[in-house]
Unconditional design. Structure first.
Lengths: 683, 683
């Protein structure tokens, strides 16, 4: 009899796409069954048929794959709540509200993507990691008990109890200004309210951000901010689905205090109050950026309820208002390295909700910042099966090396050459800059592309297409390609010396004192610049690339390995570097070409992940604690690797993957006197 | 051999006064032995011979009581650190530094009171509870590891690790402005610093309040504030030893918005922004009070690093800046009832350290405030073996009844009569006010004392002694004594009616319309007032006392008891009530006279306890959660008790303890028409 009764009283329910299945008592609402079986089905209003987040699509008929046939009465008939919802707001055909529809027989129920709490955000192909939505900040609808004189308690305590009972949120903190609003809002909403909460992570007590009477439909937004020395890039992200509503990048206004990080540290050292000036400048820019993004997306600034920052250590301290002077000298001590949970007023962020939480990723070391932590969060070297080298190329290259067993990090002082600075015809990546270049190995003639034009320089219409921008200089990726192409065309030898017109056999080789340069483009006839690669430019690139390579080698030594399986180039600049050319100049260790990939702005991606997924914060904090840091500045082997890596690769070098893809002519030039020989590497 | 070795290698150590004893390896420092045996021996500097907090007095010779004889070399000889300390700062004869002196043989060691962390503060006789010092805020001296490029971490993280290693403090939070100072202070102190921490309670992360280079000797202070409707009383307490450095009381400036709580609630209801005005007024007064106390004690305002508040619910909300309107109407819902941990800026307290923590005790119900919770903390009804009734007498009487099994609480609307308001000759307790009074049962002549004079009115020199103050009126305790004495002298009958001159037999009975009054003092000849007790005054006292009595009876009903073992009168006013007179007018249930005690300002004492003992906070929060609240406003039996308690006690009433101590004449008067009969009790 017990068996009979069981057969009659419960039903099999199968959820797709998860495939989760189980038996539930007949009469169980679909949403309750989903929760019981651990199926990801959203709900904001707590089974009250208000929010419609729990929409499902039941399937009927035979499901041979699942071994079940679903009768047309497997779910309870559409009820009054659903009818009303359909009438007022519309329900797609076949859709049911999971909180209203009850399971009356064996059934297969599909949960459409928009009804999943932990929606997966589809990312661009270049990105390697999916973001699972589980933001720290979200809305909850609750029904709060009315005050009872027989069991007196504060309205706030009853709100807490309701959140605990209805949402399993066990504690709550609120600022005095919210406690001030609480009584009015509760009564206006007749004890039904929607609250925005920031759950925090670790054991943080969830924090009340806002409260609205009744059911509130509004959307919450967050900012993912990559605060770089040169540019500040921010995404405004819809915290329900992770979609980027607006993006913007502005120049970091601290540039007026110094182009690179060390000159800003110097500014702070030399000018009392200089750090305060720089802090005010960057905070002002952040407010402008937030205002602009809110305007572009057409939302209220108050809807921005969270922000996540990634940045290098100097920017980190200047954002926090901490004098970065200690970061300018050994032992490069950070004031604070752990992840920080702050609120908007702590950083004078007046352009977003004043109760917005701020999360700043942890720094790894005095030269390896929260931006590198964000790269690790996006690229996950700690989960890699193969040995991966991740390079965030910038003024300082931040380097991660490792796999699931161990991850190392260091920072290498590449200097600004990779960004087009200290290059004779160098410029920032902007319209008019040469970004791609090839040289014909026979004729030694160059062809190139400039930013802002899709045509190559030898294609028809190139001249007209570049009329507006002009051809103004050569950017970071362009100079790397130029040097690599010069090497492959036999214009430069493996020591980095440029040959003369006679040696190379083209009038493009111009004497410059006792060295030579290679003319790429002469615009002087039309008032433009003459763009060439000088011996000094080659030396600057050699210094930069050998610093980067030496950092990677140092980490490889530390792990006792002599090759890596995979190289990831991160950073906005990394996205534009040609892997082949990077290998030709010896920036990165020898790996199969297809194993060199660009991760785009991985730091920015890491910021978005931390914004959209609360658990990712604890994850990256644990990863950072586990990362072994190597300080290049005090490591004699770094100097050794740096000197050894100064030359450009040669055909006889043991770089099998490189020599397979690129010709490395066995030429050799000389020089009367290398004027650049005395130049010293700078930090 | 093992036994031999043990006998040689360890020694017996006995600590007094605790009597704790145990064996420790020879060579163990006294402080380490104390810690190992759980002996309360202070230390701030962590065994470095700097702070001298661990001073002990070793005993030598025979200790028959302990069964041990102490050799003169039982401790290691005085070492260089101790010699230097004695030379520079002086060490009392016989004293040793517990961190330097090592145990070399069996020894008896006395820990003087000043070397105990948990010093017991001796309280006045009126106080019933000792305060054990264990404040939330104290100083810690730490030696922080220097930065290491091989193991990079932030200075803040190394400070945390030092606190964890050296003080077992497991986590730490710091505001950005402290993180800003951190690097400079650490370097100035050569990695030795003193920090002030607020430990918080529950699972709160300890909070950094201040940091000084090196060893810092400064003292930390806290404020214990009893924020009353009429007066604000504050003690400035030295957080090392609990001593009160300065005390002050000021009028609550909100009085200009309404004398009593309900008129202030009305003010807020009738005047938009009125609550904001009142909040600003009280916060301003608190800043003035703090400034005054710091000045009086000769300390810097920044040394005040903590404040504890107790107050009634309306003052609680007005302090927090929450509109108290809901407290003026059923169901008397508090916005928030639980204990609050805030910081000084939350309450605009600019006159103390800006990082000072603020602790506000929990409210019990809409009419039973944090002041009542503080009374419970001071008087501990929840630990009482006998059944205790605790009454905090004021405009609203807050009543606690119970024992270790159960505690009940209610608030009873006594009105302001007990404070001398709404009494014809009434005034606040101030110089010139009659505070004590007796009436000769034969002659019906009164004699009295006024505040500010130690003589009775019939003693020689009284006239001269009161020349300055005059005799200006009658205060709350005076009116209670007057009514009780009138009852005992047969001037008032048990219905509360005053007899005529004929009926009583004294010309002091003056006709007033159809009722009579009793003349206490006629100062009109010298331009002073005529002070009498009118029929209206008797009625006002009857209303007040029956409200109080009805509240107590309601709680007794709730517990199913008809007598209590003990009555505690709390509140500044409670300290001045004569227990006998209170019983004569029927304010309190019948108990043996010696079982009625005054607890003085128990709410203020509770505030001091919560300031000096961090654990007391969790304790009172748990107690408050366990207190069963009874709402008098909606309880029909309260009305019933109120009406029944209106009469004054009569000799035939079943009040054996009362009738044993006081004559209750069986007189009976009447009245043409009781003009006061239509008067209604007000909340």
């Amino acid at each position: 009899m017990a068996d009979d009764s069981a057969a009659r009283d419960d039903a099999l329910v199968i959820f797709t796409p998860s495939g989760k299945r189980g038996r539930v008592p007949k009469g169980t609402p679909v949403l309750a069954a989903a929760r019981q079986l651990g199926v990801d089905l959203d709900s904001v209003c707590g089974m009250r048929g208000i929010c419609s987040k729990c929409q499902v699509s039941p399937g009927y008929g035979a499901f041979p794959k699942h071994g079940v046939t679903v009768a047309s009465d497997a779910l309870s008939p559409i009820n009054a709540v659903e009818e009303r919802y359909d009438r007022v707001r519309g329900l797609k055909p076949g859709r049911r509200l999971g909180c209203q529809a009850r399971i009356e027989g064996d059934v297969v129920i599909d949960v459409p993507p928009e009804s999943q709490v932990h929606k997966q955000v589809v990312r661009k192909a270049a990105d390697t990691r999916e973001i699972v939505m589980d933001p720290a900040t979200r809305l909850y609808y609750v029904e709060v008990a009315e005050p009872d004189m027989h069991e007196p308690s504060g309205d706030f305590e009853r709100l807490k109890r309701a959140l605990s009972d209805q949402w399993k949120i066990k504690d709550l903190s609120a600022s005095l200004d919210l406690l001030r609003e609480l009584q009015t809002v509760l009564r206006k909403g007749e004890w039904k309210v929607t609250v925005a909460l920031s759950r925090g992570h670790h054991d943080d007590v969830p924090r009340l951000l806002q409260i609205w009477p009744g059911f509130h439909e509004g959307r919450l937004y967050g900012l993912a901010i990559d605060l770089g020395s040169t540019t500040i890039a921010a995404h405004l992200v819809d915290l329900r689905n992770g979609q980027v509503s607006a993006s913007a990048g502005v120049m970091n206004p601290q540039i007026r205090f110094g182009e690179d990080l060390m000159s800003r540290v110097s500014y702070a050292m030399m000018n009392p109050g200089g750090d305060v000036e720089m802090t005010a400048a960057v905070r002002g820019a952040l407010n402008d950026l937030a205002t602009g993004l809110a305007g572009e997306a057409g939302i209220e600034p108050g809807q921005i309820m969270e922000a996540v920052f990634v940045c290098n250590p100097v920017m980190h301290h200047l954002l926090l208002g901490i004098d970065p002077v200690e970061l300018g000298q050994a032992p490069f001590a950070l004031a604070v390295s752990e992840a920080l949970n702050l609120t908007a007023p702590d950083l004078d962020l007046t352009a977003i909700n004043p109760r917005a939480g701020i999360y700043i990723l942890p720094c790894i070391a005095g030269h390896v910042g929260a931006d590198c932590a964000a790269v690790a969060l996006a690229e996950q070297p700690q989960k890699s099966e193969d040995m991966v080298l991740i390079v965030d190329v910038g003024t300082n290259a931040e380097i991660l090396l490792g796999n699931k067993d161990k991850v190392l990090a260091c920072s290498s002082p590449t200097g600004p050459a990779f960004e087009g600075a200290q290059i004779s015809s160098g410029q920032r990546a902007a319209p008019g800059a040469i970004e791609r270049l090839t040289i014909d190995p026979a004729t030694k003639e160059p062809r190139f592309k400039v930013i802002g034009c899709d045509l190559w320089s030898d294609e028809d219409g190139f001249k007209d297409a570049t009329q507006d921008t002009g051809i103004t200089g050569i950017c970071g990726s362009g100079i790397i390609e130029a040097v690599a192409e010069m090497r492959m065309a036999g214009i430069v030898d493996s020591k980095g010396l440029i040959g003369s017109a006679e040696q190379v056999g083209t009038p493009r080789m111009l004497p410059e004192g006792r060295t030579h340069s290679y003319l790429i483009h002469d615009g002087t006839a039309t008032g433009g610049p003459r763009i060439s690669v000088t011996q000094g430019d080659i030396r600057a690139i050699q210094l930069a690339k050998s610093a980067l390579y030496a950092g990677a080698r140092l980490l490889m030594d530390e792990l006792g390995i002599d090759h890596v399986d995979r190289v990831v180039l991160a950073g906005a600049f990394g996205a534009h570097i040609s892997p082949k050319h990077a290998m030709v100049i010896g920036m990165i260790p020898d790996v199969p070409l297809e194993k060199v990939i660009s991760a785009g702005n991985a730091a920015g991606t890491g910021a978005r992940i931390a914004l959209c997924n609360n658990g990712a914060r604890s994850e990256i904090e644990a990863v950072v604690r586990g990362i072994h840091k190597v300080e290049t500045a005090i490591e004699p082997r770094f100097q050794e690797h740096f000197v050894n890596a100064n030359a450009l690769p040669h055909a006889t070098d043991p770089f099998p993957h490189l020599t397979a893809i690129a010709p490395l002519p066995d030429v050799s030039f000389n020089i009367g006197s290398d004027r650049e020989g005395g130049r010293r590497r700078r930090r």
